[in-house]
Write a protein that binds this ligand. Structure first.
Ligand code: FES
Length: 94
């Protein structure tokens, strides 16, 4: 199963392959906050330190909000829009 590692704390969470990253909520982990769950608020913004290739590409809604929030960048993602295909290391922005 793919692992999600929080860079700052070292917490490691395993999710099923092809799981939405938002499933982290089911693991009782509060290191990655979610708000709207719909690419509208930016609460779930993360930097992907390793493993960007193991997430689905950005969709239009994600790109639009990151631009509006002036949070665009190669590493920046909205966790609520990502599907996990392999190991990643992340750093939450909020
Ligand atoms: S939870 Fe609001 S943008 Fe992801």
């Amino acid at each position: 199963m793919p692992k999600v590692t929080f860079q700052q704390t070292g917490t490691v969470i395993e999710l099923e392959n092809n799981s939405p990253l938002i499933d982290i909520e089911d693991q009782k982990n509060n290191e990655l906050p979610f708000g709207c769950r719909n690419a509208a608020c930016g609460t779930c913004a993360i930097d992907v330190i390793y493993g960007m290739e193991n997430l689905t590409p950005k969709n239009e809604e994600e790109i639009d909000l990151l631009n509006i929030l002036d949070m665009d960048g190669e590493k920046r993602r909205l966790a609520c829009q990502c599907i996990l295909h392999g190991d990643i290391t992340i750093e939450p922005m909020n």
